[in-house]
Design a protein around this ligand. Structure first.
Ligand code: ATP
Ligand code: FE2
Length: 342
């Protein structure tokens, strides 16, 4: 038994839906530990699923060993293995699922297949202690506005084309910035703003990304590329692009809060690392007497700890996954998972 955690057994979570392989831990009473993660970043172009999967296979042993050693744990300290069953890229998901099945078998502990999108919500609830929020889930592959109702996390609005993070990554790549592009767009945008805080959007209007309760980002990306081609400084376009797409997300989130009668907004997913979307969320919530929450950055991006946390909640209502039910589910949707836990 570990010196660090005494008799408290830990749940191990494995995340492998896309570019990140990550192992994380939560204790049975919900203490979340930092993950051991590695990001596959292609030298050029977008993510190639097969190459990302090869990366995950190669790095897995090292990451897991690192996590166990850092926390002075051995296999007898692990009480269950949770893994991302979907949604995500098939080859990447398969690597995580295979590792999970192998560990569950050899350590003789239960296996729990979890919904990656729902895990973003539950780690946010764990970290911020909000209770029943509208979630603005803004990541690379996903952009959804979600609220819990009738035993499911319902998707009240979502992108009709690409995820907001993929859009930022693609825009950045077009202008010579490597993956992940979101943080680079953020730093150019704040550089532009800090050089003159009285900037207005008058000079540079872009199409609005809201369509009813849904969003779309490919049109605005094309328009932003055109603004750069027209000679606008890249920093200015980065700033205007952020202002437009974040405002669109916050507008839909606000309407979802009004519609669902909720007074908490929780941000999640990699784009939630962005300071400006956090600021907009705070302003909107302040104006309607609500509260905005966001977990620390390591728990916004894909991480194994969030998978462990959802596994822990599912185990609390005796949900485990038999080997015969453990196949990956690349197209799994947020609202397909029945939410029985508190
Ligand atoms: P999912 O499978 O949930 O769609 P994902 O595979 O996209 O997740 P995440 O780690 O949740 O992975 O998010 C990564 C995305 O977050 C990338 O598109 C990246 O550019 C974006 N991102 C990270 N930091 C920032 C930031 N500061 N500002 C804007 N975008 C960011
Ligand atoms: Fe994610």
């Amino acid at each position: 038994m570990s010196a660090a955690y005494g008799l408290m057994a830990m749940i191990l979570g494995i995340e492998s839906t896309a570019h990140t392989l990550s192992f994380g831990l939560v204790s049975q009473d919900g203490e979340a530990l930092p993950s051991s993660s590695d990001l596959y970043a292609p030298d050029e172009g977008g993510i190639h699923p097969r190459e990302a999967a090869d990366h995950h296979s190669e790095i897995a042993g090292h990451l897991l060993q690192n996590l166990m050693e850092t926390n002075s744990l051995n296999s007898s300290d692990i009480s269950a293995i949770a893994f991302s069953q979907g949604p995500g890229l098939g080859p990447c998901l398969r690597v995580g699922a295979s590792i999970a099945r192998g560990l569950s078998h050899s350590w003789d502990v239960p296996l729990v297949g979890v919904n990656h999108c729902v895990a973003h919500i539950e780690i946010g609830r764990n970290q911020t202690k909000c209770d029943d929020p509208v979630l603005l889930y803004v990541s690379g592959g996903n952009t959804q506005i979600i609220a819990r109702k009738g035993g499911r996390y319902r998707v009240l609005g979502e992108t009709l084309d690409i995820g907001i993070g993929n859009m930022l990554d693609k825009f950045a790549r077009t202008h010579g910035m490597a993956f992940p592009g979101g943080p680079k767009v953020e730093s150019l945008a704040s550089k532009w703003l800090s050089s003159d805080s009285t900037r207005t959007l008058d000079r540079i209007s872009l199409p609005y990304a809201v369509q009813g309760m849904d969003l779309s980002f490919s049109g605005i990306m094309t328009a932003a590329n055109q603004k750069v081609a027209d000679g606008h400084p890249l920093e200015e376009v980065c700033w205007a692009l952020q202002e437009h797409v974040f405002a669109a997300c916050i507008e839909v989130a606000e309407r979802a809060m009004a519609h669902a009668g909720k007074d908490e907004l929780l941000l999640g997913g990699g784009v939630a690392c962005n300071a400006r979307i956090n600021e907009m969320a705070r302003i909107m919530c302040d104006e309607r007497g609500a509260t905005a929450y966001c977990p620390p950055k390591p728990f916004c991006v894909d991480n194994g700890t969030m998978i462990a946390e959802l596994g822990r909640r599912m185990l609390s209502v005796s949900e485990t996954t038999e080997l015969s039910e453990s196949a990956i589910s690349p197209g799994l949707r947020t609202d397909q998972t029945i939410v029985r836990w508190n």
